[in-house]
Design a protein around this ligand. Structure first.
Ligand SMILES: Nc1nc2c(c(=O)[nH]1)N[C@H]1C(S)=C(S)[C@@H](COP(=O)(O)OP(=O)(O)OC[C@H]3O[C@@H](n4cnc5c(=O)[nH]c(N)nc54)[C@H](O)[C@@H]3O)O[C@H]1N2
Ligand SMILES: Nc1nc2c(c(=O)[nH]1)N[C@H]1C(S)=C(S)[C@@H](COP(=O)(O)OP(=O)(O)OC[C@H]3O[C@@H](n4cnc5c(=O)[nH]c(N)nc54)[C@H](O)[C@@H]3O)O[C@H]1N2
Ligand code: SF4
Ligand SMILES: [Mo]
Length: 709
C-alpha cells in the first residue's frame, strides 16, 4: 500500500498530564484501519513536538487482545473458581442498575461505595457524565485516587484562593530560581503542572543562568539536571519549608509587592512558626542550617523565583502543611501571580467558574472519623468501611477507571475486603487485580475510539492553549463509551426509582457551551474552530490575574489558615521525640510505566526488571545484604520479598520501591503484565499512615525494616 492511502490524525495523548500533541497515521479500509505511526506534533503550541515512549503504547492499548470489548459477568463454578461469561449490554446494565437500587433501598444510600481512579480525569466524558448516574446515588462513601495523591494541593487552593482547582503554575520558561521538592518531572512529565518537554525547559533555565534546586531523598533523573540537589529524610519537608519561610521573615526578606493590597495574615504566621528554625530543621532533614538559610535568601532575592512540590511532599505525613507552606513562600516573596514565579491559568473551558469550589470536613468517615474533602472520604478508609458492620456499611461498590488494590495503602487488606461485598461493578477495560472481584465488568471503547478534550489539564498548563481531538477510529458496533455507560446506567436507575430518564447531550456539546461561555468568547472560539485547528490554538503565556481570579468571597488571600496553623503543634511534637532506627520507604516512577495499568504492553516492560528495592550500600552492609539478592521488607501492614539493587543515589536510611506492580494475583487477564508481575508496594504501605490534617495517604516515608531473605 502506498503512503497516499494513509490517513493523518491529530490527537492529544491522554496518558499523562503533559497532554502532548500527536500525529497518528493509519492505513487500511474503514473499519479495519491500523496505526502505522505515532509521532509528536511539532505544531502543537504547548508540546512543540515532544513525546515520550508511552505515546506509542496507544497503539498497543487499542490492539491489546486482553482489553475487554464486551461486558462480562463472574460465575463461580463447582470448585469455587471464577469463570467469566460475556453478556449483552442490556443484561449487564439492567442487572447492575437493579442491584444498586435494591441494595441502597434496603440498607440506605451509604451502602453504596464509589471509587474513581486516575484515568477518570484523562477522559472528559467520564468527568462530564458521571453525574448522570451518581446524582441518583448520593452516597457519603465516595473515594478516589485524589486521597492517595493531590488532596493537599486542593485543600491549600481552597483555603488560600477559594477554589480547589485554582492551582498556581510554576512559570518555568521565565523563572530565575526554581526550588522543587518531591517531584520528578523527568520521569513523570510533570504533575499539577502540565509541562510537556520539561527536560528542554529545565536545560534552558540552567543555560540562561537560572538555578534549579531539587530536594529529594533520591538523586533522581531530575536531580541530575539540577544546579543543586539535597537529600532530605522522607516526611521532614515541612520542617525544611518552615525554616525557609522563617528565614524569609526573620531576615526581613518578605516582600508582598503586588499582592499586598489583597493579602493578610502573614504576621500571625510569622509569629507561629518562629520556633521552626533552620537548626531545628537541620537535625531532622539532613540539610545543613547554612544551606537552608542560603536557599531562603537566594529564593527571596532572585528576580523571579518559584517553589513547587508534588507527590513526595503531598503523600506523606505532613502533606497538607507542606503544600500550604509552599504557597506561603511564593506569596511572602511576591512571586505569586508574577511572570517567572507562579501564575494562574485562564483555560478556554474554565472549570473554576463552572464547578463547585469544594469543601472540607463537612462530614466524616463512619469508622475512623476522617474528614471528607469535596464529598469524598480518604481512600485509606475503604477496606474498613466495607468490613465494619453497622449502619452505613458498604455492601455494593462501583469502581471506575481505578485499581485501588494496587494503588491504595494496605492493598492486601482491600483485596480481601472486596470479597465480602454483596455486589461490585467495575467500569474498566481490564480484568485486573481490582476488577477480578467484580460481579460485572463494563468495558468502555478504546481511547482512540472517542473524541477528547482536556478539561482537567489546561487548568494546570504552563501556557494557555486549547485543543479538541476527534476519534481516530469509528466506534465499533456493540460498544459504548464511558459516558454512554454512565448515562445508560443512570437512566435505568432513574426508572427504577420512578424518575424520568434524561436524554444525554454528548460531551463535545458541553465543550461547545463551555467555549461559548468561557473567557475567550470574544475570539469566537467554537468546536468548529477547534476542529479546523486540530494541533490546538495558542491563547498566549500565563498572565497576572489577581485579585480578579481569586474565588474567595472578598477577593482576599488570608494566609493565617486556622487548620494548618493548628497542625504545627503535631509537627513540633513528633520531632521533639527521639527517633527510631527504622528505614523509610519511598516510591519512584519510571518514564515507561504509568501507575498500575500499563505493564501489559511489551514495548514498555521489556528489558531490566524495574520493580526492585533500591537501597544504599551502607544500609546493605549493616544488614549483610548483597546486591541483587532477595530481601524481606516489612512494615506494620505486611511483608514482601523483593530483589534489592544497590545505589548511592539514595539517601542512607531510605529505601525505594515503585508502586503499581504485583500482577501475580490469581485470575487477572493481563498476560504480559503477569510475566513482569513484580510485587505491590502498597501491600506494605499502611492505611493508618495518613496526613492527619488532610486525610491524604502517607505512602512515602513508611517505616519499614529490611532483612536478608
Ligand atoms: N512515567 C510515569 N509518569 C507518570 C506517572 C507514572 O506512574 N509514570 N504517574 C502520573 C501521576 S498519577 C502522578 S500523580 C504524577 C506524579 O508526578 P511526580 O510527583 O513528579 O512524580 P514522582 O516520581 O512520584 O515524584 C515524587 C518524588 O518525591 C520523592 N520523595 C518521596 N518521598 C519524599 C519526601 O518525603 N520528601 C521529598 N522532598 N521527596 C520525596 C521521590 O523520590 C520522587 O522523586 O506522575 C504522573 N506521570
Ligand atoms: N505507594 C504508592 N501508591 C500510589 C502512588 C505512589 O506514588 N506510591 N501514586 C498514587 C497516585 S498519584 C495515583 S493517581 C493512584 C492511581 O490509582 P488508580 O487510579 O486507582 O489506579 P491506576 O493504576 O491509575 O488504574 C487505572 C485503572 O483505570 C483503567 N482505565 C484506563 N483507562 C481507562 C478509561 O479510559 N476508562 C475506564 N473506565 N477505565 C480506564 C485501567 O484499566 C485501570 O484499571 O495511585 C496512587 N498510589
Ligand atoms: S509525556 Fe508521554 S505519556 Fe505523557 S502525554 Fe506526552 S507522550 Fe503521552
Ligand atoms: Mo496521580
Amino acid at each position: 500500500m502506498n503512503a497516499d492511502a494513509r490517513t493523518t490524525h491529530y490527537r492529544a495523548c491522554h496518558l499523562c498530564e503533559a497532554i502532548c500533541g500527536l500525529v497518528i497515521q493509519t492505513e487500511g479500509e474503514p473499519g479495519n484501519e491500523k496505526i502505522v505511526s505515532i509521532k509528536g506534533d511539532p505544531n502543537d503550541p504547548l508540546s512543540r513536538g515532544h513525546i515520550c515512549p508511552k505515546a506509542v503504547a496507544l497503539k498497543d492499548i487499542h490492539e491489546d487482545p486482553d482489553r475487554l470489548r464486551r461486558p462480562i459477568k463472574r460465575v463461580m463454578n463447582e470448585q469455587g473458581d471464577a469463570n467469566w461469561e460475556e453478556i449483552s449490554w442490556d443484561e449487564a446494565l439492567d442487572t447492575t442498575a437493579q442491584r444498586l437500587v435494591d441494595i441502597t433501598q434496603r440498607d440506605g444510600i451509604n451502602a453504596l461505595g464509589i471509587y474513581l481512579g486516575n484515568p477518570t480525569v484523562h477522559n472528559y466524558g467520564m468527568m462530564t457524565h458521571q453525574g448522570n448516574l451518581f446524582r441518583h446515588l448520593r452516597t457519603d462513601n465516595r473515594f478516589s485516587a485524589t486521597s492517595v495523591d493531590q488532596l493537599p494541593h486542593h485543600l491549600t487552593s481552597l483555603w488560600l484562593f477559594g477554589h480547589k482547582s485554582l492551582f498556581p503554575i510554576p512559570d518555568i520558561d521565565r523563572t530565575d530560581y526554581f526550588l522543587m521538592l518531591g517531584a520528578n518531572p523527568i520521569a513523570s512529565n510533570g504533575s499539577i503542572w502540565t509541562v510537556p518537554d520539561v527536560k528542554k525547559r529545565i536545560k534552558a533555565l540552567v543555560a540562561r543562568g537560572g538555578k534549579l534546586v531539587v530536594i529529594d531523598p533520591r538523586r533522581t533523573e531530575t536531580a541530575q539536571l539540577a544546579s543543586e540537589h539535597h537529600f532530605i529524610s522522607p516526611g521532614t519537608d515541612a520542617l525544611f519549608l518552615l525554616a525557609v519561610l522563617n528565614t524569609i521573615f526573620s531576615e526581613d526578606l518578605a516582600a508582598l509587592d503586588q499582592l499586598a493590597p489583597f493579602t493578610t495574615g502573614l504576621e500571625e504566621v510569622a509569629l507561629d512558626i518562629a520556633q521552626f528554625t533552620p537548626e531545628f530543621a537541620a537535625m531532622h532533614t539532613g540539610i545543613e542550617a547554612d544551606d537552608i538559610r542560603r536557599i531562603a535568601r537566594e529564593l527571596a532575592t532572585a528576580e523571579a523565583a518559584v517553589c513547587y512540590g508534588r507527590m513526595g511532599v503531598s503523600t506523606q505525613a505532613y502533606g497538607g502543611l507542606c503544600q500550604w507552606v509552599i504557597q506561603l513562600i511564593n506569596i511572602a516573596t511576591g512571586n505569586l501571580d508574577k511572570p517567572g514565579g507562579s501564575l494562574f491559568t485562564l483555560p478556554a473551558v474554565d472549570q473554576v467558574s463552572s464547578i463547585s469550589p469544594g469543601g472540607f470536613a463537612r462530614h466524616r468517615s463512619r469508622v475512623r472519623g476522617l474528614p471528607e474533602f469535596d464529598r469524598e472520604i480518604p481512600a485509606s478508609t475503604m477496606a474498613e468501611e466495607i468490613t465494619t458492620p453497622g449502619e452505613g456499611q458498604i455492601r455494593a461498590l462501583f469502581t471506575g477507571a481505578g485499581n485501588p488494590v494496587l494503588s491504595t495503602p494496605n492493598g492486601r487488606q482491600l483485596d480481601e475486603a472486596l470479597e465480602e461485598l454483596e455486589f461490585m461493578v467495575s467500569l474498566d477495560p481490564y480484568l485486573n487485580e481490582t476488577t477480578r472481584h467484580a460481579d460485572i465488568i463494563l468495558p468502555p471503547t478504546s481511547p482512540l475510539e472517542h473524541d477528547h478534550y482536556d478539561i482537567a489539564f489546561h487548568i494546570n498548563a504552563i501556557r494557555n492553549t486549547t485543543r479538541f481531538s476527534e476519534p481516530v477510529f469509528d466506534k465499533p458496533e456493540g460498544s459504548l463509551h464511558d459516558w454512554e455507560i454512565f448515562t445508560e446506567l443512570g437512566n435505568r436507575v432513574a426508572t427504577l426509582l420512578g424518575l424520568d430518564p434524561q436524554p444525554a447531550i454528548e460531551p463535545s456539546q458541553i465543550i461547545e457551551l463551555g467555549l461559548q461561555m468561557g473567557p475567550y468568547s470574544h475570539q469566537q472560539l467554537s468546536l468548529a474552530k477547534l476542529k479546523e485547528n486540530p494541533s490546538g490554538i495558542d491563547l498566549g503565556p500565563l498572565q497576572p490575574q489577581l485579585p480578579q481570579r481569586l474565588q474567595t468571597r472578598d477577593k482576599m488571600i488570608r494566609c493565617n489558615t486556622p487548620e494548618p496553623l493548628a497542625d504545627l503543634e503535631r509537627l513540633h511534637h513528633e520531632f521533639s521525640r527521639p527517633h527510631h532506627g527504622l528505614l523509610k520507604l519511598i516510591g519512584r516512577r519510571h518514564v515507561r510505566s504509568n501507575n498500575s495499568w500499563m505493564h501489559n504492553y511489551h514495548r514498555l516492560v521489556k528489558g531490566k526488571n524495574r520493580c526492585s528495592l533500591l537501597m544504599h550500600p551502607d544500609d546493605m552492609d549493616l544488614r549483610d545484604i548483597t546486591d541483587g539478592t532477595t530481601v524481606t521488607i516489612s512494615s506494620r501492614a505486611g511483608a514482601l520479598q523483593v530483589a534489592v539493587e544497590a545505589t548511592e543515589d539514595l539517601m542512607p536510611g531510605v529505601v525505594s520501591l515503585p508502586h503499581g506492580f504485583g500482577h501475580n494475583r490469581d485470575g487477572i487477564r493481563m498476560d504480559i503484565a503477569r510475566e513482569h508481575a513484580g510485587v505491590s508496594c502498597n501491600d506494605i504501605t499502611d492505611e493508618l499512615a495518613i496526613d492527619a490534617l488532610s486525610g491524604n495517604a502517607a505512602v512515602n516515608g513508611v517505616l519499614v525494616s529490611v532483612v536478608a531473605f
